[in-house]
Design a protein around this ligand. Structure first.
Ligand SMILES: Cc1cc2nc3c(=O)[nH]c(=O)nc-3n(C[C@H](O)[C@H](O)[C@H](O)COP(=O)(O)O)c2cc1C
Ligand code: SF4
Length: 501
């Protein structure tokens, strides 16, 4: 180590001597200051006790940090190809950007997918395709026989993302886009902020923290009838979603990092400013299925008969079965179940929860669909599926597997300009989507991005219709698991009906 310090000092001194010899006085003073500063940093590095690498390699080891920090960008800009980027690959990101900006949507020269690889999926077209303009089924009516204010929405809506995880401008652009194209915007579990009230339809999410639906009593977040009702009966609120879990962190509860908990957000959520806000993992309003059903009915009545759904990532299948049986026994049920996949997105989550907890969407969706069919509740309880739906094929596939509608979160973030920098938990989002830093928030111009949200929605619906038409069907409602195929082995292709049903 000592040798390294000596070497660094020797190099700096040599450089200094050379410059003094060749460069006139002003330049020499500047260089003297720079080299002096570098020498001080090198001495500090060698004496500090926090980082072994820096003690051994003063100054130069700092380069490693720079590269570590920029690694993701270098990967995205120079190394990643169109299909291997994660979580959303470049091909998928590009189609969102193109659809949002109404730019060209065509691909030159042919597919980059290996159509002979195991797992390759596709739909079969008809010899007699339809005209996509005539295709029906882009809307769906939510509301079981227990609800009195049914709601007709698009089959593609914005999945839950709170003001807090997203910026004020992002929320405004999403809501305005939803208004322009007549689809629904889920508030996320952070409550309803003024930015949500731009005229677009809202799905008011009630999480375990009861933000906008409860208060703190003896240090515990509890549901409060009056606070909930005040928000639930707003005309913008079309449906209520009680969140049990989300795929990115099932069994954990929401996390608002301290640096994103601004005075405004703290005031909306009624929590202490500048602290990390962890929602509890489970609801304090109920602790078994019977109480859950009573709570659902209470929420329905407080919201004056609006559709009430639950959101979960499938965990223990037996529990889900018991829940559905409890619905049958009570002859009361939610109006929809939003099934989120383990592959789902988040603003912030612990690594183990994101990577290793929660059933992936396809298996979860198929299970919930089958069990609702078995107990003849499919007509009453609609299914919303969410988990990496980006393009029309994703939507078609989830509809084929039993979803009635699809929730999209990250796709809409991309339409707002998200570049997948993956800093949503740091408050440094460079494009103003997932930050509360006022200077960064300004980067997102609401009047430009609201239209992109609308365009992404509308163009994706159009692409779903075009696929449906190519398959020879008359309506999106007719898409079924027998229409989607997967290469199972080198020489064997099966339909998703054969795989899952
Ligand atoms: C930034 C961000 C914030 C989110 N916040 C919430 C939330 O408040 N409540 C919730 O139920 N899900 C939340 N989610 C999960 C999404 O609603 C969705 O279920 C999940 O990301 C899957 O959809 P996607 O693959 O289209 O992103 C969030 C996701 C993201 C990316
Ligand atoms: S650009 Fe990065 S930090 Fe911003 S929303 Fe997208 S992934 Fe998150």
């Amino acid at each position: 180590m000592r040798n390294t310090i000596l070497l660094v000092l020797f190099l700096i001194t040599t450089l200094f001597a050379v410059l003094v010899y060749f460069i006139p006085q002003t330049g020499t003073i500047i260089l003297l200051s720079i080299s002096g500063l570098l020498t001080l940093i090198a001495v500090y590095d060698s004496l500090q006790t926090q980082h072994s690498l820096l003690r051994s390699f003063p100054l130069v080891a700092r380069l490693r940090w720079v590269f570590e920090e920029e690694r993701e960008k270098i990967q995205q800009y120079f190394i990643e190809d169109d299909l291997n980027g994660t979580p959303i690959n470049r091909e998928k990101r590009s189609i969102v950007y193109q659809r949002s900006k109404l730019e060209k949507e065509t691909i030159p020269f042919g597919t980059q997918h290996n159509v002979y690889a195991k797992g390759y999926e596709f739909v079969k077209h008809s010899i007699f395709p339809k005209d996509y303009h005539t295709i029906k089924g882009e809307a769906i009516v939510f509301g079981s026989d227990k609800c009195t204010q049914k709601y007709q929405s698009s089959i593609i809506n914005i999945s839950a993302m709170s003001f807090g995880s997203l910026s004020s401008n992002a929320i405004m652009a999403l809501n305005q886009g939803a208004k322009m194209a007549n689809f629904a915007h889920n508030t996320g579990e952070g409550g309803i902020s003024p930015y949500h009230l731009q005229g677009g339809d809202l799905i008011f999410q009630v999480g375990t923290g009861y933000f906008g639906a409860g208060k703190t009593v003896n240090g515990k977040r509890v549901f409060n009838d009056e606070i909930f009702k005040e928000n639930a009966i707003r005309p913008e609120v079309k449906m209520i979603e009680i969140k049990f879990s989300q795929g990115a962190k099932p069994g954990h509860g929401g996390i608002l990092p301290a640096m994103k908990n601004t005075p405004e957000i703290a005031a909306i959520r009624k929590v202490e400013v500048g602290t990390q806000v962890d929602s509890p993992p489970s609801h304090s309003a109920f602790s078994n299925f019977e109480e859950m059903i009573v709570f659902i009915q209470k929420v329905r009545e407080l919201s004056e008969g609006k559709p009430v759904g639950i959101k979960l990532c499938v965990g223990n299948n037996d529990e889900i079965k018991q829940m559905i049986e409890a619905f049958v026994k009570a002859n009361n049920y939610p109006d929809f179940i939003a099934v989120d996949g383990g592959e789902g997105g988040t603003g912030a989550a612990p690594l183990e929860f994101t990577n290793y907890i929660g059933t992936p969407l396809i298996e979860g969706l198929v299970f919930v669909n089958k069990i609702l069919q078995k107990y003849k509740l499919k007509e009453q309880i609609k299914i919303i599926a969410s988990g990496k739906a980006i393009d029309a094929f994703d939507v078609v596939k989830y509809l084929a597997l039993g979803a009635d509608a699809v929730g999209i979160a990250r796709g809409f973030m991309l339409s707002l300009g998200c570049i997948q920098a993956r800093e949503c938990n740091l408050d440094t989002c460079p494009v103003g989507v997932a930050t509360q830093d006022e200077d960064l928030v300004k980067a997102l111009v609401v009047e430009k991005k609201n239209i992109r949200v609308k365009n992404y929605h509308d163009k994706t619906i159009q692409a779903v219709k075009e696929m449906t038409a190519a398959m020879g069907l008359d309506s999106i409602n007719q898409i079924a698991s027998k229409h989607v195929f997967r290469r199972k082995k080198d020489d064997k292709i099966v339909s998703l009906e054969e795989v899952y049903y």
